[in-house]
Write a protein that binds this ligand. Structure first.
Ligand code: AHM
Ligand code: MG
Length: 317
């Protein structure tokens, strides 16, 4: 029964151990309070719309806003983060530690449409070392880094169990939240994605507006009798496919040429986790981790999961 704090004490990290521990503590404290709300369902006032929209014009749910506030609060307490890029904020957030070294990118509550219906949702995060000099004002370039520059990335999945999955680049670890002792306990170390699988995950309601190549791949999935599984919460779909083998897709559609998912907050962290676990991620043309971000809220098509399945899919595109 290894506790997260014990694991972090010796976990390899491109920075000081104290920084890793403080950043992870911030994530964990925010996650614990989100877990508490999620598990009380509608008994606390977390369901429904917050009455506001994010910069992408999407309605913010109450829990989107609550999760974002709690993460920002905890990251400010950590003193390790100079800059936060969040899916829920139009602009970058300067923290109260502008001289610290690290930048935090996050989708505080992914799968918003599933909040009110008691279905799995998640918190996704990603950490970079700033490129601007420590001591100067943090800047946009600190957040617009390629995914291959990440030094810490992970997610918390609030589901039948609440799990924390993360990597610092060496391996992927899964910790499960033990409500009795209020600690995350190691469940699996060095997680590996099966090289191949038989699960494909996408919103097939959009299929007629996918490119012909993607449509041909979907026909191939059916010919081969793969199973379709789609929760509509990226974190949950990714987690299942990571453990069982599969491919998740959010391709470009007629309406959204770049798909729906955000490079900084969703695609990069999951792509790195996939790669460290032996899987892969692409936008259909290049490795997600090699994309140079142009904008904070940039979207990219996403194909992610088992390596052999991704290669098969790409052969159709
Ligand atoms: P969100 O960040 O607003 O929750 O949107 C992202 C979510 C993903 O979790 C999921 O894969 C996707 O949107 C589902 O979209 P769709 O309803 O178009 O299938
Ligand atoms: Mg999201």
């Amino acid at each position: 029964m290894k506790k997260l704090s014990e694991f972090l004490a010796t976990c390899p990290f491109k920075g000081s151990q104290k920084s890793l521990q403080s950043i992870m503590l911030a994530v964990v404290e925010a996650a614990k309070s989100i877990h508490k709300d999620v598990n009380r369902g509608g008994l606390t006032d977390i369901y429904g719309s917050a009455g506001s929209q994010n910069i992408q014009g999407e309605t913010q749910q109450k829990l989107d806003v609550i999760a974002n506030d709690r993460l920002i609060e905890q990251l400010n307490i950590s003193g390790e983060i100079c800059l936060i890029a969040s899916e829920e904020n139009d602009d970058l957030i300067l923290t109260n530690s502008p001289n610290s070294r690290y930048v935090f990118c996050t989708d505080p509550l992914d799968g918003s449409s599933n909040i009110d219906v008691n279905i799995s949702i998640g918190t996704i995060f990603s950490v970079f070392e700033r490129v601007s000099a420590v001591g100067s004002q943090p800047e946009l370039a600190d957040a617009l880094q390629k995914g291959c520059k990440q030094i810490l990335a992970g997610y918390v999945l609030y589901s039948t169990a609440t799990v924390l999955v993360f990597t610092t680049g060496q391996s992927v670890s899964i910790f499960v939240y033990d409500e009795d002792i209020k600690e995350f306990i190691s469940l699996q170390e060095d997680v590996k994605i099966p090289q191949s699988g038989k699960i494909y995950s996408c919103n097939e309601g959009n299929a007629l507006t996918y490119t012909q190549g993607v449509q041909n791949y979907l026909a191939n999935c059916k010919t081969k009798k793969y199973s379709a599984r789609y929760i509509g919460s990226l974190v949950a779909d990714f987690h299942r496919n990571m453990l069982k083998g599969g491919l998740f897709m959010y391709p470009s559609t007629e309406k959204d040429k770049n798909g729906k998912l955000r490079l900084l907050y969703e695609c990069n962290p999951l792509a790195w986790l996939a790669e460290v676990a032996g899987g892969a991620a692409s936008n259909g043309e290049v490795n997600i981790l090699d994309i140079e971000p142009q904008q904070l809220h940039q979207r990219v098509p996403l194909f992610i999961g088992s390596k052999a399945m991704l290669q098969e899919a790409l052969s159709f595109l």
